[in-house]
Design a protein around this ligand. Structure first.
Ligand SMILES: *Cc1c(COP(=O)(O)O)cnc(C)c1O
Ligand SMILES: [Zn+2]
Length: 401
């Protein structure tokens, strides 16, 4: 039904083999034989979830599931009006069980670990991957090993990895180095690696595209999302491409990746017109989930961007924070900083006159506000301290600060 295929040389591997990269060094991709698929999933917006699309997922056993997917797609009229866009939709992936889109990948990845008879799963993480993996490993009864860049992970995410019982190791270096190390450790110790270099994880994440079409019953003009290791943009593009191959849709959206200014190797490559990135050695941004200098899925992402006639841009931390507040205060949608990069990116494109008024735009917001409460308090400050007295309360309410 499906094969593991190298995106560079086309070599095919048996999907029962535990392998993450081709011998040529190329990334692998799950390829379905879509011609032979009898598609019978009702695309009427009903019963949304990752496993609604199980016919298009490379899993044969009962899944390890905690209710992932089926996230809300909000029509954000006020935020859209501010930018002169009528049809702005925001898909809130922070509403997944662990609070980020990583759950879509992990429900498939952890189930695959069981299919492959693995007892330990492992990842490096800027936070959300570890939170999600720990949660699904707990449900599945697998051991979870996590490498984090020490001191650079939002508190809520560390708490999640800890409470679900993962072995959490803080590495005194950045994410890119932690990923290098966990790849080596997994190889040596036989752990099943669940970073987004794992092609099965991306299969779960492609359901974001399926759900967007399922709800809108049309193809948006652009899909805009934050980009770190660049797995998600590749996965969502793949989802749309599969619907196109199946004849369900006749075009795909322009894929727009948004990075933080000081962690933007993909946006820089696009600017140069290059299909290869120059890694950023010391990535820095308030949006810790996308604080990545050497994205493993860069090749897939750059192809998704080029083939969809999309683009990648970068935004400042200041713009990210502004977008986070706008989304929270105009639309009641609370997201962590990385997620707000998609809104900041849209604003930039709108200001540059690149987006037309009646385009249908979908912004993906990737993680929940409560992941990173410390950042919020830094921006918004702490509550005023007021004497327990009605007059004091009156005074406090009527003064500005
Ligand atoms: C993982 C993550 C990203 C980046 O996704 P990639 O697939 O690595 O590009 C963005 N935002 C949040 C909240 C994340 O957890
Ligand atoms: Zn190859």
């Amino acid at each position: 039904m499906y094969a593991l295929k190298c995106i560079e040389c086309g070599r095919e591997y048996n999907p029962e083999e535990v392998i993450y990269l081709c011998e040529c060094g190329g990334l692998l991709e799950v390829r379905f034989n879509l011609d032979q698929l009898e598609f019978s999933i009702p695309l009427d917006g009903s019963n949304l979830s990752v496993w609604k699309y199980k016919d298009l997922l490379p899993i044969a056993i009962d899944p390890v599931t905690i209710g992932e997917g089926g996230t809300p797609l909000y029509h954000c009229k006020k935020l859209g009006r501010m930018m002169g866009i009528k049809n702005l939709f925001v898909k809130h992936e922070g509403m997944n069980p662990s609070g980020s889109f990583k759950d879509r990948g992990m429900t498939v990845g952890v189930t695959k670990a069981i299919e492959l008879n693995r007892t330990t799963v492992a990842c490096a993480s800027t936070g959300n991957t570890s939170a999600s993996m720990a949660m699904y490993a707990a449900k599945a009864g697998l051991m979870a090993v996590v490498l984090l860049p020490y001191g650079k992970v939002a508190l809520g995410k560390v708490a999640q990895a800890m409470v679900h019982g993962a072995k959490v190791l803080g590495i005194k270096d950045n994410f890119d180095k932690a990923l290098m190390l966990v790849r080596e450790v997994s190889d040596k110790l036989g752990f099943y690696l669940l970073n987004s270099v794992n092609p099965f994880r991306l299969e779960g994440q492609k359901t974001i595209a399926y759900e967007i079409y399922d709800v809108l019953q049309s193809v948006p003009s652009r899909v805009i999302l934050p980009v770190g290791n660049a797995g998600n943009i590749s996965a969502i593009y793949k989802g749309f491409r599969e619907f196109e191959e199946l004849g369900i849709i006749s075009n795909v959206p322009h894929m727009i990746g948004v990075q933080a200014e000081k962690a933007s190797p993909i946006a820089n490559a696009v600017k140069r017109g290059d299909m290869e990135i120059i890694p950023e050695k010391n990535p820095e941004t308030i949006a810790t989930a996308i604080r990545i200098g050497d994205p493993v899925n860069a090749v897939k992402a750059l192809r998704a961007i080029r083939e969809s006639d999309g683009t990648a841009i970068s935004v400042s931390d200041q713009d990210i924070v502004k977008a986070q507040l706008d989304l929270a205060r105009l639309e009641g949608i609370g997201v962590e900083p990385a997620s707000a990069a998609s809104i900041a990116g849209l604003k930039k494109l709108a200001e540059d006159g690149i987006i037309e008024k009646d385009e249908v735009i979908v912004c993906i917001v990737t993680g929940h506000l409560l992941k990173d409460p410390e950042e919020v308090i830094d921006i918004c400050g702490k509550p005023h301290i007021v004497e327990p007295d009605i007059n004091a309360i009156r005074r406090a309410i009527s003064t500005d600060k």
